[in-house]
Design a protein around this ligand. Structure first.
Ligand SMILES: Cc1cc2nc3c(=O)[nH]c(=O)nc-3n(C[C@H](O)[C@H](O)[C@H](O)COP(=O)(O)OP(=O)(O)OC[C@H]3O[C@@H](n4cnc5c(N)ncnc54)[C@H](O)[C@@H]3O)c2cc1C
Length: 490
């Protein structure tokens, strides 16, 4: 798939200006395009950047990507991982298997970030959208009720664009966040990590083939993950600031990896070092400005969660922008973006931070104790299931109330029970009529589900909006504003 470098003429006015065409910005633009929302997407880069970076897509993200027509092509481009394990070099301590998850996608999709962005871009272009490449967002000033942004074009000429809403999908060093005066508190631990995508020799058979494995030994942590195309990703402490060589990777494998014959690195495909930052923006919105993806939160990539969270941020914001811009909902609906997504990011950063600390214990005796506790925990019924659902992000929702078997308002509705209909609201009715009836305005679809006891109304991002609603679609549409989440929702 060749990356596109379409550079259409920049308009002077738009409904939504999206800065940054990484995975978060592309997911948002594709969603808005599918909903028919006027927007402009800009990126400073001339094309999709090479490299695998975020190489794991979680089931919850695939469920959203299915709604915007991207999941199938991504699945074709990737490989299916079966889960995660913790290993002490001799044996598996704990295994989180995705095999039995209740989702149409019971696996971790192993695919490079470049392929993810290329697939999102292909879908955006298929829908008639585009990226304004080579355009740099410099800053913005209030222009009631929206903003006036200054953008440097590929020719170096400064242009102004007014937008009702401005969304910063511009990554960890977000200029949009800085321009909006939103703080990005957190920490940047000293540890420098090495990351390399490599081809290993036949001794790599000692490494689990279908699971991402965290080796937790007295020498320290090492992550080994299979990738598409028979490659492996290796992540461990960097020996120095330079990108790791094949010899560095072999040393990490022999000191921290499986106890096996020496595993040789046949080819280094990409290698770099990175310093983890653990930060969450103080607010995910300020007036007409929103932050999505790494611009809003960043943390250790261990566990493959970051990009996934960004794509789901985009899914949360897209339908709300549509509802407000079309007059279906009051502007206050947009406040629920921060209310719903900020706690999820804050919890994720705390979780990955704790895991990283646990994985990097330096004292051998404490490490041994950790491993014994992990092995004991794995034997307790429900523990590995809890971890698996968490890593797959299937536990995410917008309510603190427990799931007692039937979905509660704010919980994810299983797509295996009520299959999604794009980015429409879904009215799921008890019964076995197999027809799906989209309404004329394209807002609400009706589905019959034999196992349902009561009618459900499902949001365009797959969460339950209301239960026990009217079975008449026109009545539900009339009362839609009463089913919208209020702020805060958790
Ligand atoms: C080495 C490495 C490994 C990783 N591994 C994983 C993993 O396994 N799993 C996982 O989930 N995550 C992983 N991540 C994190 C993942 O790459 C990020 O979470 C993801 O890229 C964030 O997507 P985003 O769209 O929010 O931002 P980005 O991908 O950073 O995209 C931001 C875009 O904004 C553009 N931009 C920035 N400023 C401007 C401006 N002023 N004007 C115009 N355009 C601008 C940039 O050109 C860029 O295209 C990894 C990251 C690294 C570095």
């Amino acid at each position: 798939m060749a990356p596109s470098s379409t550079t259409p003429v920049l308009p002077t006015k738009t409904g939504v200006l999206i800065v940054g065409a990484g995975p978060a910005g592309l997911a948002l633009a594709t969603s808005l395009r599918q909903l028919g929302v006027d927007h402009v997407l800009i990126d400073r880069n001339d094309e999709v950047q090479p490299g695998s970076k975020a190489a794991a897509i979680q089931p919850r993200t695939l469920e959203y990507l299915d709604r915007i027509g991207v999941a199938d092509r991504l699945i074709q481009a990737g490989a299916r991982g079966r889960g995660f394990r913790l290993h002490d070099r001799r044996q598996t301590l704990l295994r989180a298997s995705y095999d039995n998850l209740d989702t149409p996608y019971p696996y971790v999709l192993l695919v490079s970030q470049q392929s993810t962005e290329t697939c999102l871009l292909a879908r955006l272009e298929e829908l008639g959208g585009a990226v304004h490449r080579g355009h740099v967002f410099l800053g913005s000033t209030p222009d009631f009720p929206g903003v006036a942004a200054t953008i440097a074009g590929p020719d170096g000429v400064l242009r102004a664009i007014t937008a009702r809403y401005l969304v910063g999908c511009d990554g960890i060093h977000s200029t949009v966040r800085t321009a909006a005066g939103i703080g990005f508190p957190g920490t940047a631990p000293e540890q420098l990590f090495a990351i390399a995508d490599v081809r290993l020799d036949a001794n790599a058979d000692a490494v689990p083939k279908e699971d991402t494995t965290f080796y937790l030994s007295s020498a320290g942590m090492l992550l080994v993950s299979p990738l598409a195309g028979g490659q492996h990703r290796i992540v461990g402490p960097a020996p120095g600031p330079a990108a790791p060589t094949g010899e560095d990777v072999e040393r990490l494998l022999s000191e921290r990896g499986p106890r096996a014959e020496r595993i040789r690195v046949m080819e280094v495909l990409t290698a770099s070092t990175y310093r983890v930052q653990e930060r969450v923006a103080e607010r995910f919105s300020a007036g007409p400005v929103f932050l999505v993806g790494d611009a809003a939160h960043t943390h250790s990539p261990a566990g493959g969660q970051g990009m996934n969270t960004g794509i789901q941020d985009a899914g949360n914001l897209a339908w709300k922008l549509y509802a407000v811009l079309t007059g279906l909902a009051p502007a206050a609906l947009l406040d629920t973006y921060h209310g719903e997504r900020h706690p999820i990011a804050a919890e994720l950063v705390a979780f990955t931070s704790q895991f990283a600390k646990l994985a990097n214990l330096r004292d051998p005796a404490t490490g041994e104790l950790r491993n014994r506790v992990l092995a004991a925990a794995a034997a307790v019924p429900g523990v590995t299931d809890w971890i698996t659902v968490k890593l797959a992000q299937l536990d995410l929702g917008y309510t603190q109330e427990p799931d007692l078997g039937t979905p509660r308002v704010g919980h994810r509705v299983w797509p295996t029970t009520v299959p999604p209909v794009g980015l429409r609201w879904t009215l799921a009715l008890p019964g076995d009529d197999s027809t799906t009836l989209p309404d004329e305005q394209g807002i609400l679809a009706v589905r019959h589900v034999p196992t349902l006891a009561t009618p459900l109304l499902i949001r365009p991002d797959g969460y339950l909006a209301a239960r026990g609603v009217s079975i008449a679609p026109a009545e539900v549409l009339d009362r839609l504003s009463s089913y919208l989440p209020s702020s805060p929702t958790r």
